[in-house]
Each structure stands twice: as structure tokens, then as C-alpha cells.
Ligand binder design. Sequence first.
Ligand code: COI
Length: 357
Amino acid sequence: MQQPIKMERTGNPKAKPALTDMQLGFGQYFSDHMFLMDYTDGQGWHDPRIVPYAPLMLDPASMVFHYGQAVFEGMKAYRTTDGEAQLFLPERNAERLNRSLERLSMPPLEPGQLLNAVRTLVHVDQDWIPRQEGTSLYIRPFVIATEAAFGVRPSSRYLFTIVLSPVGAYFQEGLQPVDILAEAQDVRAVRGGTGSAKTAANYAGALRAQVEARAAGCSQVLWLDALERKYIEEVGSMNVFFRIAGHVYTPSLTGSILEGVTRGAVMELLDDWDVPCIARPISLDEVLEAAEAGTLEEAFGTGTAAVISPIGGIRWKDRFIPINGRQVGDLSQKLYDTMTGIQRGLIRDVYGWTTRI
Ligand code: COI
């Protein structure tokens, strides 16, 4: 049975930023409240509560700081054109959070409890959902290990937190194509490791290559597999798709790739539109050869944050290979318009992806 959520409302609401795409950026502002719930071995998850947004007080010996038991999710609430609020495929985020928790030896959450927490928190802070096209309320649930102890073993205590952030476009470029750097030195993940879990360490280990990409004038890293350094895995923190001679390809989920919620929705749309989409290993050589032969029609990343992010070109060693004349491809545009149209209630959701709050 679900425990009731205790509520403590702020007596001191923050001044809201102008909730337009231009000012918001990504993850710069945080709403008035947050959700907290504790876990203790023997007792399970307990004390769900919504409280005013504030810094967390943690023991410096908390295991998360030392051994990195930290997992998170990213999802969004949208203001629909008729003034309602809705979530996009929240059940899939809940399932993935549990897969991440399992991989990091952390206790599972009851999906119904997580979704109830998300809905209740978003409802309390619904005035923070921006209205302008291209904006949404980003929802960041995360779980960290809080037992104060230095032994290397799973923690016996955890804290589950949800915070909300009104956001605009993830990339400054918006839907404009971004250039990417194929990474030769670092790898993001290896099969058998934690690549398919949304855990903090995967992002920390990716930062060095991201800095290198920026220095090379690129926005993101194109990650290659760890074993052969040959097959494409992800782009930045997104899944990646290539359209080659009318067929769409995306790397198959081999254990080192995060299973994106947007990736799944894009594959369903393509299937519905009779655009052949195949998940299989894709080598960088194959993509570069297609570009040279003129059959690489477009490429794009997919993720909750950016939705669809067209790729303008790939830098690899001393070569730069432009894609589709650095223009937004037809398919990228159609996918972006359809996904965001469904999310904002402009297009009827025949797929059952959205849930009203
Ligand atoms: C996403 O594309 O949703 C991400 O995973 C990016 C996030 C880490 C900011």
C-alpha cells in the first residue's frame, strides 16, 4: 500500500524567471518544492514528503561521495495548448530507473509510488511549467546512498529526491545541426559495465572527451565501442540515428548503451510511417563511406532533453565530413514536429504516450 505524501508548502515562493525559451536555458532554475523519501534496510522506503526546495544536509562520509551509488532519470512535463499539463511516457522512465537501481545494487522503487510522487510534485509546482513553444518542466528524480561508512559494499540507507526545472532548448543551437567529434581515446562504457544504467559515473567519465570536443569546435562526442573502437554507440548523452539510402539505422542495445525513451518513441513513429528502421551494429567506417558515396542522408541524436538533435557533420582525426549540407534533414524535422506536437497536445496522441496530470 502506498504511504501518503506529507506536504509542507513554502511560505516564501521564489520569483519565477520569465518562462520563455530564450531566458531559460537548461537546468538553471529550480521550482519551489522537492520530493524526498528515505530508505533504510529492514524498513524499506519510508517518509515520502514534499518540502520547500532547499540544500540537502548529508554526512561527509555518505557512501555516494566515495563509491558513487547514484542513479537518476530525466523526464518532462509539458503545458498543452489547452492549458493542461501532461507527462510523456513516465512509466518507461520508472522502469529504467529500476533497471539502473538494480545494476548499482540499490533498492527498487515501486513504479506506482514513483509516478505518484512525480505527479503530486508537478501538480504542487504546476505554475512552474512554462507555456512557450520549445519549453517544458524538466523532472529530475535521483537516488543516492546516504549511509555514513567507508566499507565498500551496498549502502544500507538511501535518499530518493525529485526536483523540477523549467527548461528551454538543451543546445544553444536549438534544432540547428551540431557538429560532433568521433572520440579516439576515451570510451563511455564497456559491455558488462554500467553503460546501460543512468548512473552519475557514466557522465563524469565522459566529461574529458566533451571538453576535447568543444576545443575542436564540436558540440558533442560520437562514442565508439570500447573493445574494437569501431562501432558507434551514442552521441553525447543521446542515442544516435543515421539515414543511409532511405533506411534508418541505430546501434543495437548491446549492454553498453542507454535505452532512451525518446529512442523507443522514434522507432515506433518510423515503424508507423513505414520508414525501415533497423537496430544493428553500425561502424564509423560504414557511416564515413556512406558520406563519401553521397548516401548518408541525415543523422540525429535523440534524448529527453533535446528531443531530436540533427548532426551537421562529423570530425574524425583530420577530416570533417558534413552531413546533408549542414541542414536539418526532412526526417529529423518531421520527427521533431511530431514528437513535440504530441508532447504539447497539438497532435492527437494515438500512441498512448502522454498522461495528463
Ligand atoms: C537526455 O538527453 O535527456 C539526457 O540524458 C541529457 C541529460 C543528462 C541532461
